[in-house]
Design a protein around this ligand. Structure first.
Ligand SMILES: Cc1cc2nc3c(=O)[nH]c(=O)nc-3n(C[C@H](O)[C@H](O)[C@H](O)COP(=O)(O)OP(=O)(O)OC[C@H]3O[C@@H](n4cnc5c(N)ncnc54)[C@H](O)[C@@H]3O)c2cc1C
Length: 439
């Protein structure tokens, strides 16, 4: 048994970033045979499939510079070209600023709903920046956008995406993820093709070559002491020891864990009842992703499309070949189709594949199934943490308990938050800085 100052569990971007910023005094252990976690890519038959569409959005100059350095120039900017498909028509994303082209009755519903929602309030965009406060998501949608936009897009789409009723969700996660256009912009988008960009992801970056796994590769070239095929199976927080599947044991002073909280709860020993109860309250959605390669000369310029209607099984599809030509062989394109499920909304995966194929055909994305060369399903067990009314308190109880033992749980699934790649890189940096300060 030997001792490391800091043990990091998980070589996804959060763990890699923690190691990169710590620089020394750590050992990083990953259960799988490769690094990258959710930000990995699979090479198959000339295609490069990310686990799911993974695009880089930057709100922070530091992460932009870091990603540029890690990717060594292998990163191109893109102006988002995303759409919504409903009533058999493509409209620009975000729906709440673009219903031009939809039937007149829908446009009228959306405009009247918005006007009624905004009329009592004198300011043109009263809810801009809101969403961090209390209250449920359904109420926020109706108060912010009105009944028309709620019924024609926001509610059906979010039901499909979160797999539960929007009224069961809090608004803590919004933080700019749902754009709130001005009334004037919405009117412009109702009567004309409005190309004005909205939201946090109106510009994004993507590796020119190699898929999103290039980012993790960039980290791994700059850090040492990474051990793959090392699955932690027991964490004795009282003795400050971790046991791995190969029966090796490591002692630690501090631990940074990035594994999903429900998995972590199975590894810890002798927890008090309130902490066990907090772990048991966590809920999440899973994503069944179909990565599809097709023979086609028709390279679309669309980046991705949202599908709010219930009769289409996927909530979104994307076209990786529109971000990088390197991810598919010549005269072929790749598509990902995302299907959400959870304990409350189960799916049969074989049926989901057949339904997705027939929906792709019905929606005009593929001409016939014989053009499909490859369909690689990927099951992402932990997709999105569900922001129900228990989440915040439960996560706080867990974090407070673990920190007493020098265990810090970070990253998208360790913090149990809606976090992007940029967010988890910053989370890794933050914990590294605070641990260096503690030493
Ligand atoms: C469907 C989907 C689409 C997304 N799209 C985008 C996007 O377009 N842009 C964007 O910025 N972000 C996107 N994200 C978010 C992004 O993937 C995450 O924020 C980020 O990759 C999470 O990194 P992480 O290190 O926190 O977690 P992970 O990547 O999950 O890393 C955790 C690591 O811990 C390892 N581990 C687990 N258990 C153990 C154990 N017992 N012992 C040792 N190791 C263990 C795992 O194998 C894994 O490698 C998306 C996420 C999802 C689910």
């Amino acid at each position: 048994m030997n001792r490391e100052e800091t043990i990091i569990l998980g070589a996804g971007l959060a763990g890699l970033s923690a190691a990169y910023h710590l620089k020394s005094g750590y050992a990083l252990f990953e259960k799988d045979n490769e690094i990258g976690g959710m930000a990995r890519s699979i090479h198959k038959d000339g295609y490069i499939f990310d686990y799911d569409g993974h695009l880089l959005h930057f709100r922070n100059k530091y992460t932009f510079n870091l990603a540029s350095e890690l990717l060594n120039g292998n990163m191109a900017p893109h102006k988002r070209n995303s759409w919504v498909y409903s009533k058999g028509i493509f409209t620009r994303y975000p729906f709440q600023a673009n219903f031009y082209g939809l039937p007149n009755s829908v446009v009228k519903d959306c405009l009247m709903g918005l006007i009624k929602a905004r009329l009592p309030l004198i300011q043109p965009s009263p809810h801009r920046g809101e969403g961090k406060g209390e209250g449920n998501f359904e109420n926020w949608i109706i108060k912010t956008f009105g009944e028309g936009i709620a019924n024609h897009f926001m509610l059906p789409y979010n039901r499909k995406f979160w797999t539960i009723e929007p009224k069961e969700l809090t608004c803590e996660w919004l933080d700019g993820f749902v754009p709130v256009p001005d009334l004037e912009d919405t009117v412009t988008g109702a009567i004309s093709d409005n190309t004005k960009p909205y939201g946090y992801n109106s510009r994004f970056w993507y590796p020119v070559k190699g898929g999103i796994s290039e980012l993790a590769k960039g980290f791994s070239e700059r850090i040492r002491n990474i051990h793959v095929n090392k699955k932690a199976v027991t964490i004795d927080q009282h003795r400050k020891e971790v046991v791995f599947a190969d029966a090796t044991i490591k002692k630690f002073k501090n631990m940074v864990t990035t594994m999903p909280l429900p998995e972590l709860s199975n590894l810890l020993v002798d927890m008090p009842l309130d902490v066990r109860r907090a772990f048991s309250m966590l809920r999440w959605t899973s994503i069944f992703v179909l990565n599809i390669g097709i023979k086609s000369d028709n390279l679309t310029e669309k980046h991705w499309v949202y599908y709010p209607e219930e009769n289409v099984i996927f909530y979104r599809i994307g076209f990786p070949t529109s971000f990088s030509m390197d991810v598919a062989p010549e005269r072929k394109i790749s598509i990902y189709a995302e299907i959400a499920y959870s304990d409350t909304k189960k799916i049969d995966k074989n049926e989901a594949i057949s339904k997705a194929m027939s929906d792709l055909k019905r929606c005009g994305i593929i001409s016939d199934e014989s053009s499909v060369e490859i369909c690689l399903p990927m099951d992402i067990k932990y997709g999105y943490a569900l922001y129900d009314s228990n989440r915040k308190h439960a996560v706080q109880v867990i974090k407070d308990y673990l920190e007493k033992f020098g265990i810090y749980t970070i990253g998208r699934y360790g913090s149990w938050r809606y976090m992007s790649m940029e967010d988890v890189i910053l989370d890794g940096k933050k914990i590294a800085e605070s641990l260096k300060f503690k030493v």
